[in-house]
Write a protein that binds this ligand. Structure first.
Ligand code: HEM
Length: 146
């Protein structure tokens, strides 16, 4: 495949790890926001500012992660053709990760409008979804089980 392929794959991994670091941490902020007492405006504003900045940064990191993945897939043809079941399932899970990212934006919007509907326990469970997604995607692409 040549070193170019390996450089692209290396940066693909760097950016997907960074993207998911944001998706791991953002729901933690939501857990804290759900626990903020109604009259603690300063604390709430501080957490909202953190969440807004983190969401913006996480969105910026998702772009090169996905573009480099598409270059590996469509540019170099890895995961194209027979025996690429792993890639199809991986892409389905990546779409789920994008939907999760989008949901984080919606949930932050609700917090900003004082319209949050969930307690901290719900956000703790919500937070675990990213761990399962990340583990499943990495196993699929490294082990290529089917
Ligand atoms: C549009 C989305 C994506 C596409 C098209 C894509 C495509 C690919 C391709 C073709 C490879 C090379 C596989 C190989 O050399 O054997 C790869 C490697 C990898 N991808 Fe993705 N990927 C995407 C998103 C992701 C995401 C979201 C994650 C993690 C959460 C991820 C994690 C990895 C890892 C860890 C590798 C290295 C595997 C290895 O070296 O064995 N990818 N990706």
């Amino acid at each position: 495949m040549g070193s170019g392929y390996l450089w692209i794959k290396a940066f693909h991994i760097v950016f997907v790890a960074s993207w998911f670091a944001g998706l791991f941490y953002l729901p933690r902020i939501f857990v804290n926001l759900a626990l903020v007492p109604g009259d603690s405006h300063a604390e709430r504003e501080r957490l909202l500012l953190m969440a807004r900045k983190l969401l913006r940064f996480t969105t910026l990191l998702a772009v090169p992660a996905l573009v480099l993945g598409l270059v590996l897939w469509l540019g170099y043809g890895v995961g194209l053709g027979p025996g690429s079941g792993w890639m199809h399932v991986k892409l389905a899970l990546v779409l789920l990760a994008l939907a999760y990212h989008h949901a984080c934006g919606r949930l932050l919007g609700r917090f900003e409008r004082l319209g949050n509907r969930h307690g901290d326990r719900w956000y703790r469970v919500f937070n675990e979804v990213t761990v399962l997604l990340f583990a499943a995607i990495v196993v699929l692409v490294v082990v290529k089980p089917f």
